[in-house]
Design a protein around this ligand. Sequence first.
Ligand SMILES: [Zn+2]
Length: 368
Amino acid sequence: MTTINRDRLVDHFIQLVKVDSESRNEKQIGELLAEQLGELGFSVHKLPVPEEVSNGFNLYAKLDGAIEDSIVLSCHMDTVTPGIGIEPIIEDGVIRSKGNTILGGDDKSGIAAIMEAVRCIQAENLQHKTIELAFTVHEEGGLFGSQHFDMSYIRSDKAIVLDTGGPIGTIVNAAPGQQKIVAVIKGRPAHAGLAPEEGISAIQVAADAINQMKLLRIDEETTANIGIVQGGNATNIVMPELKIVAEARSLNGDKLDAQVTHMIDTFQSVAEKHGAEVEINSTRAYNAFVIADDHPHITAVKSAFEAIGANPYTKGTGGGSDANNFNAKGLTTVNISTGMAKVHTTEEFIAIDDMVKVTEFVKHYLTH
Ligand SMILES: [Zn+2]
């Protein structure tokens, strides 16, 4: 019993992905969505963010409902690169890009689903929950929009982010926190041929430290990686300085702290042993979250999926999303699949049937 207007949903999605909105350049898509949400009867607020985050704004929009419940639905408005001049192609019920750009279904498939669900609800004159929308800028590469989201507007205590892939019914209820560690090891330069014993080799210090470090898979919940190493100018100079950029992630905050302490301590003690110095800059990119399977929010999301004939299941993920920041700000937030696939590549695609299904989910959730 689907009443979703498939053509209208696809047309809106195509319209949205054709608006360029690579991270930091969300003004145009923000203005368009603000206008469209206004036409649907939402009260719309453009929430400022720091200039370095975006040329646009986060969007908060609210539509009061007669059902005594409320929910925040959230998507990000930005895309990764290459995302300029996207030309979507529809083939055998699947939407993809021409092949020279990403599609932008990440995350405009979520926005299109939410707005089509609202259009159906209004066309059928159905009672619904109070709907709060949080559309963010600059999610890709740092979750900056949600980090700067003005939470004073939010009334509900729970949220659904529509920003992951997998079968419709996928509910992400756990995601790791992440720490970024930048270590600059400072040795001492010397002529590598004439007087190498006068030097302290930054790369040898780093190698010694890394050799003693627990890295990659630490345990079921925890990972760590050294991703970038930069240093050196010439073979005849004992390397005076080396920069290392590393990360650690864990679903468990204590384990994350322990791993970060271990990595920093190892850099420091090994540098000291070699008579070198190390400067460390350690920052929390975002915090972990875990929502219990029997939490009422999960139960309600699951039963809405069951009602539309999907098979809901919860799972943890290794990546971050706006759900990390919203959970850290006190909003109980899950992240569900819109059916987006091969995201962040020029082969990105989405099946129209999945878009319809997730729209049915939103419609059902909002009206029951
Ligand atoms: Zn995304």
